[in-house]
Unconditional design. Structure first.
Length: 292
């Protein structure tokens, strides 16, 4: 079912959704699907599956999507990027998605592959931006529901929030819904949504939350997306790491994420998209006690 239809059917009630990344090695898949089953008990509205550059990672995405969609009964969004994209590759990927009943895609430009520097260089002129992917998907499979990413804080390559709002508006003019990049200050999300609304954009913008598991992972992930981490949170993470190690640090991250989710839902966000990092225990602890 289309994600926008699911949101509409939810009738304004707050929902959860999850993001998973497909394990590279097949021997890790049984544990992965155990994680999916454990988090399925929280009744997510949908789950998303990331997409790697290169054939092998993309094949994993397709098999994971098929398993979640058909064997585990969860509505699934497959990520799709412009990295190593061609019309034949994208057409084949979309055909295989729809053949397993998946009718939702998150269209992304994508990050430069490892070893290719920090600047994204398109493989061909047909797929240079996420909007190019959206237009191609709509031509090939108009039945597919298309989501896009948006940045409440400026994208690392963007000169300003104003520029990000401009491109978010452009993409949402073509697509059906958006999922944000991670952020740690809820005011940034609500201000971003207000800016879009002021320009006539009223499609769902779902905030994404990352429960930080460690100082190392926080610095790595933030280096990729350019989000700002509050100084108090970073100090609390570093203090917990020094005094109690990884588990104490993860607890700080979970506590912060729990309060962030509460604030988002109380403020009127349609739901929350949780980066799971494929860690069931971590996510279950974050969501414990929340009225969802």
């Amino acid at each position: 079912m289309r994600v926008t239809d699911l949101i509409r059917q939810h009738q304004g009630k707050p929902f959860l959704s999850f993001e998973f990344f497909p394990p590279k090695e097949a021997d890790a898949w049984p544990r992965f699907f155990e994680t999916v089953d454990r988090l399925k008990k929280l009744d997510p509205l949908f789950v998303s599956v990331t997409y790697g550059a290169g054939g092998g990672a993309q094949d994993n995405t397709l098999e994971i999507v098929s398993g979640i969609q058909q064997d585990h009964g969860l509505e699934t969004i497959s990520h799709l990027t412009c990295v190593q994209a061609s019309e034949d590759r994208i057409s084949n990927f979309l055909a295989q998605l729809t053949s397993v009943g998946a009718t939702n895609v998150l269209a992304l430009r994508g990050d430069p592959p490892k070893g290719c520097g920090d600047t994204f260089v398109p493989d061909n002129e047909r797929f240079r931006h996420a909007s190019d992917l959206i237009e191609f998907i709509k031509e090939q499979h108009p039945e597919i529901c298309i989501g896009v990413a948006c940045y409440p804080e400026p994208h690392p390559e963007s000169p300003s929030v104003k520029e990000d709002v401009k491109w978010a508006r452009h993409k949402l003019g073509l697509a059906d819904f958006a999922i944000t990049q991670l952020f740690f200050d809820n005011r940034i999300y609500f201000e971003f949504v207000e800016k879009l609304a002021a320009q006539g954009v009223n499609k769902p913008v779902i905030p994404a939350v990352l429960p930080i598991p460690s100082v190392q992972s926080a610095k790595f992930i933030l280096g990729l997306c350019g989000a700002n981490i509050p100084g108090k949170l970073l100090l609390a993470l570093e203090k917990a790491d020094a005094e109690g190690g990884v588990e104490a640090t993860a607890e700080v991250g979970r506590d912060f994420a729990r309060e962030q989710i509460k604030g988002l839902l109380e403020g009127g966000a349609p739901g929350v998209h949780l980066y799971t990092l494929n860690r069931a225990d971590h996510c279950l602890s974050v969501l414990e006690g929340l009225d969802l």
